[in-house]
Design a protein around this ligand. Structure first.
Ligand code: GAF
Length: 391
C-alpha cells in the first residue's frame, strides 16, 4: 500500500466509528514539502537574502472536521496519538505542539475553528535539517484554511507557521523554512528578501547536475542554544554599529568597510560573526548572477566559500559536516558543497554531475565511515511545488 492509501486507511480506522468524526466525507489530503537552501545561511533573521526551494520529500496529512471542540492527532510513523481540545491549547513539549501552535495562532488572530482530526506521515528524514517541522506547521495551517474556509493567503500561512514556531514551540527561527515549504515552485529556486519578503523565482538550469543531500546523521545538542546565541551576537554587532551609523536597522544595512573601521578592533569575536553574515549576503547575490549566467562552476565555489564562513567565522558547523564537505571537494564530479540549515549536524548540500553520482555515493559512504565510524545517507532530490492539496 502506498503512503497516501495508508494515511487514508489509518484516518478511517481511527475515526469512522467516532460519533463526532464526520468521516462520511473523505479527509482532505495535503502534501507539505521540506526544503533545501542553495546558499544564504543564517541570513534570514538578519533581514538578508536566502535561496531555498521545496523538495520532493514531504509531510503528508489527512485532515477532517469534527462537530465538537476536540483535537485528535495521529503521528502515523511514530504510532503515537494526541487527544486534546480547542479549549486547552498549552504546549506539550511533543510533536503535537507543531499542530497546536498553528491552532493557537489561528485562534489568536480571531479565526473561529471547530475541532478536527489529523493523521500525518512523511518522507522527510527526521533530524536531517530539512525542515520537517515547518512542513508540518504549513500543512496544518493550509489544511485548516481549506477545511474551514478561512480565506488566508499563502503568505499569511507562512507568517502563521513562523509565529507558531517562535511563540508556541519556542524556537526563534527565521522565516526561510516555512516560506520555502509553502511558496516553492517546481524546478525553481526562490530568491527571497527576508526584509521586505519580496521574492522572485529563478529557474534552475542544471542540466546533468543533481542536488544531493548527504546526511551526517548527527544532531549535536548545541543547536538551539547556539542558534539563539548567534542571533544575539548579530544584534550586539548592530547595536554597536548604530552608535556610528544611527540609521542602520540590521546587518543587511552594514558593509565590510563599516565593520573593518569600527568593529574589528573593538570586538574581534562579534566582528567575525557579523563579517560572515555580510559576506554571505554578497555571496548569495553573486551566486544568483552566476546561476542566471549558467555558470555553475562559480556557483559551486561560492558554496565552498559559504561553508568556510559557516565553519570558521560563524562556527555553526561540526566535524562530521566538515568531513562530508572535504570528501566532496576532492571528488571530480562535485561542483560545490556546504553545510545547510542551522548547523551542528543535519545535511550537506552538494551539486553533483549526474554521471558521477554512483561513484560519488560510494566514495562518500566509504570515506565518511572510515573517518567518523558513522553511516551517511544520500538523498538526490528534486525541486517541487510548495504545500498543496492532493485530492
Ligand atoms: C534554521 C532556521 F529555521 C532558519 O530560519 C534559518 O535561520 C536557518 O536555520 C539558517 O539559515 O533552518
Amino acid at each position: 500500500m502506498d503512503l497516501l492509501n495508508q494515511l487514508t486507511a489509518s484516518y478511517q480506522n481511527a475515526f469512522s466509528a467516532e460519533p463526532h468524526g464526520q468521516t462520511q466525507d473523505l479527509p482532505l489530503l495535503i502534501c507539505s514539502p521540506g526544503r533545501v537552501n542553495l546558499i544564504g545561511e543564517h541570513t534570514d533573521y538578519n533581514e538578508g537574502f536566502v535561496l531555498p526551494a521545496a523538495i520532493d520529500k514531504a509531510i503528508y496529512l489527512a485532515i477532517g472536521p469534527r462537530s465538537d471542540n476536540k483535537l485528535h492527532f495521529i503521528a502515523h510513523d511514530l504510532n503515537e496519538t494526541f487527544q486534546g481540545s480547542l479549549d486547552d491549547l498549552t504546549p506539550t513539549q511533543t510533536w503535537a505542539d507543531y499542530l497546536l501552535g498553528v491552532v493557537a495562532q489561528l485562534r489568536l488572530t480571531g479565526h473561529a475553528l471547530k475541532g478536527f482530526n489529523c493523521v500525518f506521515s512523511g518522507t522527510i528524514p527526521i533530524g536531517a535539517g530539512l525542515s520537517s517541522s515547518a512542513a508540518l506547521e504549513n500543512g496544518v495551517g493550509f489544511g485548516l484554511n481549506e477545511l474551514f474556509g478561512l480565506g488566508l493567503e499563502r503568505l499569511d500561512l507562512v507568517k502563521l507557521s513562523q509565529r507558531a514556531e517562535n511563540e508556541f514551540v519556542g524556537a526563534k527561527v527565521g522565516i526561510m523554512d516555512m516560506f520555502a515549504s509553502m511558496m516553492g515552485k517546481a524546478n525553481h529556486v526562490i530568491k527571497l528578501d527576508c526584509r521586505s519578503l519580496d521574492f522572485t523565482y529563478a529557474p534552475l538550469q542544471m542540466e546533468g547536475i543533481r542536488i544531493v543531500l548527504c546526511d551526517s546523521r548527527v544532531k549535536h545538542s548545541l543547536v538551539a542554544s547556539e542558534y539563539n546565541t548567534r542571533r544575539a551576537e548579530c544584534e550586539a554587532g548592530v547595536r554597536f554599529l548604530q552608535t556610528f551609523y544611527p540609521d542602520i536597522k540590521s546587518l543587511r544595512d552594514v558593509t565590510m568597510d563599516m565593520l573593518d573601521q569600527h568593529l574589528k578592533s573593538a570586538d574581534a569575536h562579534i566582528y567575525r560573526r557579523c563579517a560572515y553574515v555580510v559576506q554571505e549576503n554578497q555571496r548569495l547575490l553573486d551566486g544568483v548572477a552566476a546561476l542566471e549566467a549558467g555558470d555553475l562552476a562559480t556557483f559551486g565555489q561560492l558554496m565552498y566559500g559559504s561553508h568556510e564562513g559557516l565553519s570558521h567565522w560563524y562556527e555553526v558547523s561540526c566535524p562530521e559536516l566538515d568531513i562530508l564537505v572535504e570528501i566532496a571537494r576532492h571528488h571530480p564530479g562535485v561542483l560545490g558543497a556546504r553545510m545547510m540549515g542551522g548547523g551542528f549536524g543535519g545535511c550537506t548540500i552538494n551539486l553533483v554531475r549526474e554521471e558521477t553520482l554512483d561513484d560519488f555515493t560510494q566514495l562518500i559512504t566509504k570515506q565518511y565511515k572510515a573517518q567518523t565510524g558513522k553511516d551517511t545517507y544520500l538523498h538526490a532530490c528534486k525541486i517541487q511545488d510548495g504545500t498543496h492539496l492532493i485530492n
